[in-house]
Ligand binder design. Structure first.
Ligand code: ATP
Length: 581
């Protein structure tokens, strides 16, 4: 993430906020009115005390001024309400926009970005950090403008009331500026630490909650708790540092304010200034300190918002989306796939595919087998263009994969991934997956074809049955069946099936076998095979080892060869026999 200049961030946030310029202007006008009204109040009080009460003893004039004072107080209250409401209205709209843009950006990022970035960190960016940006608007531009305006008006009024006292009071300004700057610097670092450790904690908790079963079966609760505790302690220290700075700042400001008021009282008594002037000045000093302190306070919040904005804008500035320069758009594919000397690595360290070449003719079913880590699933990721290859060529119907428009390409490929992912929601929602053209009737028709309708209907509520997060409320086999149905629904020309390695119950296994036969018919299918039945019936078997193809052919041919495949097959067969005993 690039480091950004604070002013650049402020400028960018200002530009984003300008979308709501009408509200900005309305709030600005309210702010001006408020400054005028509030600074006129002490002046009026002075008039009531000095002129109406002490000098003239004019009851009628006093009542007139008191009514005006009451009107001003009410007016101020109403305007304050609108000021707070409108500035929050602007900020909530702005952050809604930012959230939308960020999420939009994220869902188009390429897979490698998510490989490298902890999900918890992204959750912090998308939720917590965005939230802090709102303070830039609620406490930011408009409020600071209002505060500055109030300071100017207060100074003008002070000079109207008493020039000498005004000069004395002016000394407060540089003092406050120095103190504020000092605390501000300390706070910037504290905020940054605070956000970093919040993100760390989020990522840790998110990951551990996802892997809770693992933690529990391995009895790692204590060790994991200790790790969490360590992060928690650091986060607490970071938060306490912020609190410490704040706790010191406010009493110091209060102290200065009290000292100045005391001095005005002393000076007023000493050179016998009128009571009204003293009363007005006491109010003016508070009115001067309040915006000064608020500005400091607001700057702190703005600072926090800017730190958040820096992180959020940083993610938004990154361009991690997969290049989609392909122009070829097809409505119909034959389904011929060809790999020509494809080399690929996830990172610079290790080449995962070391020159893979094979061909799948339209309508064929090809099984890919090999030991774990051989690179089988990687082939799937490359066909679906989750990653781009380093060298070589992948052709689909004789056109290079990257020459196809990406979303058009993916719309013709159906995928059943090894790790079936279901979202929290009904079975129907999981199957239609946001495609509004998919109706329940259509789903049921297809489900019947691959014989999974009965199983779905046997769940409480049938297609309305709500699957818990990640599909944890249904069995692995059932999840796979749903995943089959999801892939089959779009009637893809190419089907890619990454069979789960984990064994599943006999009933689901049978259903999956039947479904596989059905859905691979009349379409090009690539199956990362772990089951013997799939392997035997395949038109071709590709055997992989350490990122290379070591054998290729039909089941019987490969068995007769008595090479790597035969060894793998026999090992699997033995395993299956042992399991069934
Ligand atoms: N996202 C990733 N980032 C970095 N390396 C990866 C990533 N995914 C896989 N690898 C590495 O690439 C190699 C091939 O992995 P791949 O998942 O393709 O193997 P596989 O043959 O499908 O294994 P399995 O049968 O266990 O699924 C492995 O060494 C693995 O560690």
């Amino acid at each position: 993430m690039k480091k950004q200049n604070t002013w650049d961030i402020i400028k960018r946030l200002f530009v984003i906020g300008m979308k709501f310029r009408t509200w900005f202007i309305i709030t600005l006008i309210i702010s001006i009115f408020l400054s005028v009204i509030s600074t006129y109040r002490p002046y009026l009080t002075m008039q009531i005390v000095d002129s109406d009460i002490i000098k003239l003893r004019d009851k009628a004039s006093m009542m007139k001024h008191i009514y005006l004072l009451i009107a001003l107080v009410f007016g101020e209250t109403i305007l304050n309400f609108f000021l707070v409401y409108f500035s929050n209205y602007i900020s909530q709209n702005v952050i809604r926009d930012i959230r939308e843009k960020l999420y939009h950006k994220l869902i188009y990022f390429k897979t490698s970005f998510f490989d490298k970035t902890p999900i918890g960190q992204l959750v912090t960016r998308a939720v917590g950090d965005v939230e802090t940006i709102s303070t830039v608007y609620t406490d930011g531009f408009l409020m600071v403008f209002g505060d500055i305006l109030r300071i100017v008006f207060v100074l003008v009024m002070m000079f109207q009331v008493d020039v000498h006292l005004s000069y004395i009071s002016l000394a407060i300004l540089p003092l406050m500026v120095v103190i504020t700057r000092f605390f501000q610097k300390k706070l910037k670092k504290a905020f940054s630490d605070e956000r970093t450790w919040t993100a760390n904690q989020n990522s840790f908790v998110q990951e551990r909650l996802s892997g809770m079963t693992l933690i529990q079966v391995f009895n790692r609760q204590k060790a994991e708790f200790e790790k969490f505790d360590q992060i928690n302690i650091t986060l607490k220290s970071a938060l306490l540092r912020t609190v410490f700075i704040f706790s010191l700042f406010f009493p110091v400001v209060e102290l200065i304010s009290s000292l100045f008021i005391g001095f005005v009282l002393f000076y007023g008594g000493y050179i016998t200034i009128s009571a009204g002037v003293v009363i007005a000045f006491i109010q003016y000093i508070s009115m001067l300190i309040r915006p000064l302190r608020q500005i400091a306070d607001r700057f702190n919040n703005i600072q926090r918002g800017i730190v958040g904005a820096e992180r959020v804008l940083g993610v938004m500035d990154e361009d991690f989306s997969l290049t989609n320069n392909g122009k070829v758009v097809k409505h119909q594919f034959d389904g011929k796939i060809e790999f020509k000397d494809v080399k690929f690595s996830y990172d610079e360290k290790q080449e995962v595919l070391k020159g893979i070449s094979f061909k799948v003719n339209p309508g064929e079913t090809v099984a890919i087998v090999g030991a774990t880590g051989a690179g089988k699933s990687t082939i799937i990721s490359l066909i679906t263009r989750l990653y781009d290859i380093n060298s070589g060529k992948i052709l689909l119907d004789d056109v290079a994969l990257k020459d196809y428009e990406l979303y058009n390409l993916r719309s013709h490929i159906g995928v059943v991934l090894q790790d079936v992912f279901l979202f929290h929601g009904s079975i129907f929602e999981n199957l239609s997956f946001g495609d509004e053209t998919v109706t329940l009737e259509k789903i049921r028709k297809i489900a019947k074809e691959i014989e999974v309708d009965d199983f779905i209907m046997s769940l409480p509520g049938g297609y309305d049955y709500v699957v818990r997060e990640r599909g944890s409320s249904i069995s692995l086999g059932q999840r796979q069946l749903l995943s089959f149905l999801r892939a089959y629904l779009s009637d893809p020309k190419i089907l890619i099936l990454d069979e789960a390695t984990s064994s599943i119950d006999h009933e689901s296994e049978k259903l999956i076998q039947k479904a596989t036969e059905k859905i691979t018919k009349n379409r090009t299918s690539i199956i990362i095979a772990h089951r013997l039945s799939t392997i035997e019936k395949a038109d071709k078997i590709i055997v992989m080892e350490h990122g290379k193809i070591v054998e290729e052919g039909k089941h019987m041919e490969l068995l007769h060869k008595n090479g790597y495949y035969a060894t793998l097959y026999k090992a699997q067969l033995k395993h299956e026999v042992e399991e069934s005993e």
